[in-house]
Design a protein around this ligand. Sequence first.
Ligand SMILES: [Zn+2]
Length: 200
Amino acid sequence: MKPFYLFLLVSVLLQSCVSSNFSKTEINRISNGMATKPMRVFLITKKSDSLLLRKKSTPFNLKRNSDLIQKLAKRMLATVQDSASLGVGIAAPQVGILKQMVVVQRLDKDNEPFEVYINPVIKKYSDKKRPCPEGCLSIPNKRAVTLDRAYTIWLEYETLDGLHKKEQVNDFVSVIFQHEIDHLHGILFIDHLLQEMQGK
Ligand SMILES: [Zn+2]
């Protein structure tokens, strides 16, 4: 075998070993464009997309694949801020990546920045509810008011720098977090509407 092909083989093997945090398909989806390029948003109106949107995501190990994780974060930021999408939040499954990452627009902070949250977990929900009009980038032409969202949540997550943080979030931004973190468990906001109808 020529040295060049041997080198190629070794680097491919090494790559698949190092990248085992992501599936091959996921690596392709993240790598098939520049960091500034929006990713394709998965839609429930498309059968294969809707099957993926109903799956559970797995946590990240931030010590591995850090370049790929950084790129995914940048591309998710580009996607949610894309003029074709324009959301206030997005979760990794919505771009076909079954990993625990969400982007939330912090409307409660100065300049309303979009921020990246890794392995987010809601530890506690307030009893007080916050009725909220919701829509979803993955569910075209549907908006409705959910009635069962908590007004306050207590959240734990990791940052892209690997810091573990705890935070209390209120009001509309709390609902954005609940909506996006639901996506990591295969739950969509229309499920909350069904629950409300069945509860009546
Ligand atoms: Zn959504």
